[in-house]
Design a protein around this ligand. Structure first.
Ligand SMILES: [Ca+2]
Ligand SMILES: [Ca+2]
Ligand SMILES: [Ca+2]
Length: 255
C-alpha cells in the first residue's frame, strides 16, 4: 500500500463533515409513463397504506380518493409499484395555504430498517407544473415517538418552467458520502407541498424566505399541487442501481 495514498485517505476521512451529506438528484421523463420502469414493487413500503397525519388536506376534488382515501388513485397509488392508473392518480389537493404541506403521510416500517435511498415519482399526462415535486422527509428511530427532518427536496430550482417538455419526474434522495441514507429507521413521514402557479413554473410554497432553504425565491407561493405516482424506500437509489449494473457489466467484459 502506498503510504502517501493511505495518508491522503485518512486525511480525507478526517476532514469529512460529521453530518451526513444528504442530497438529491432529479430525472425528468418526456411522457408521464417514461419513468414507470424505474418504480419498485418490492421496496420497503411496497403495498403499505400510509397513515394520513393531522394537517393532511385530503385529495384534489377531481381525484376519486377525495371521497375514498383507499381508492386506487389515492393512498394505494403511492405504493402499488406502478405509474398512473388514470389522469388523476395521486393528484393532491390544491390551495394548501402558504407554507403548509397539502399531504402528510407516515409509513411504519415494521422495525428498525437501514434505508439507502428514497425515490419520489410524480407526473402528469398534461405535462405542466404538476409534474414537479417538493417534499420534506422526516424520520423516526423510536417507533414514531420523535421525528427528525431528513431534508427539504424540491425537484427543480424555483423559476423552472415546464412548457410541456416533461411528463414525469423522479427525485432520488441519497447520501453522497455514505451508502446508508438512514440506519435503524422505524418510520418515514412525507410532507408534500404545492409546486406551481398554473403557469407551469416551479415555485416554493412560501412568500418570502423559505425556512428550509433560508432563500426567498422571489416568487409568490405555489398553490397547484403535484400528482404523486409512487414513493419507493429502497436498498439503492434507482440511478445508482443502474450505475451498479453498468459497473457489473464492465467487470464481466474485463474477464
Ligand atoms: Ca404508484
Ligand atoms: Ca414501490
Ligand atoms: Ca416563494
Amino acid at each position: 500500500m502506498n503510504r502517501a495514498l493511505l495518508a491522503l485517505g485518512l486525511l480525507a476521512i478526517a476532514v469529512a463533515p460529521a453530518s451526513a451529506a444528504v442530497t438529491s438528484s432529479t430525472t425528468h421523463g418526456a411522457t408521464h409513463t417514461e419513468l414507470d420502469p424505474l418504480m419498485s414493487a418490492t421496496d420497503y413500503i411496497a403495498g403499505m397504506i400510509g397513515t394520513e397525519l393531522p394537517g393532511d388536506l385530503g385529495w384534489h376534488p377531481a381525484n376519486p380518493a377525495s371521497g375514498d382515501p383507499l381508492h386506487p388513485d389515492g393512498l394505494p397509488a403511492f405504493t402499488d409499484g406502478v405509474g398512473a392508473l388514470s389522469g388523476v392518480t395521486g393528484l393532491l389537493n390544491d390551495f394548501p395555504g402558504v407554507g403548509v404541506p397539502t399531504k402528510l403521510v407516515d409509513y411504519a416500517l415494521g422495525g428498525p430498517t437501514d434505508v439507502t435511498g428514497i425515490n419520489i415519482f410524480s407526473g402528469n399526462g398534461g405535462a405542466d407544473g404538476r409534474v414537479f415535486s417538493t417534499t420534506v422527509v422526516k424520520y423516526s428511530t423510536d417507533g414514531g415517538a420523535n421525528y427528525s427532518t431528513l431534508g427539504y427536496f424540491q425537484s427543480d430550482p424555483s423559476g423552472t418552467i415546464n412548457s410541456g417538455q416533461w411528463g414525469s419526474t423522479l427525485v432520488e434522495i441519497y447520501d453522497d458520502s455514505n451508502p446508508v441514507l438512514l440506519s435503524g429507521v422505524t418510520n418515514l413521514e412525507f410532507d408534500f407541498y404545492a409546486v406551481d402557479n398554473t403557469g407551469g413554473q416551479m415555485r416554493d410554497a412560501w412568500d418570502g424566505v423559505n425556512p428550509f432553504t433560508s432563500i426567498d425565491d422571489g416568487l409568490s407561493a405555489a398553490f397547484v399541487s403535484p400528482l404523486i405516482y409512487e414513493i419507493d424506500v429502497v436498498p439503492e437509489p434507482a440511478s445508482l442501481s443502474l450505475l451498479a449494473l453498468g459497473g457489473l457489466a464492465m467487470l464481466r467484459r474485463r474477464r
